[in-house]
Design a protein. Sequence first.
Length: 89
Amino acid sequence: MDRLPAHRSAVSQLRKRGASWLHVEWLPGYAPELNPVEALWSYSKYSALANFVPDSRDELFDAVLDAVGDVHFDPPLLASFFQSAHLRL
């Protein structure tokens, strides 16, 4: 997990509430190659959203949701994002 203040706060709150099962691997401050979400964004940007020119923010929002949501139905593709970050599922 990256060190975004909201993420650090969430981990802290969970631990205060007794989430002893929670183990967090903190990523360096800037390491997109270690973050599977960055691979997802890159894939979406250069595939489903390539050459897409929205007419409004709402249309862009819907297209991004569709592009990211479609990955859910492709487990091998989803797994590849973790593999590119050298993370085990």
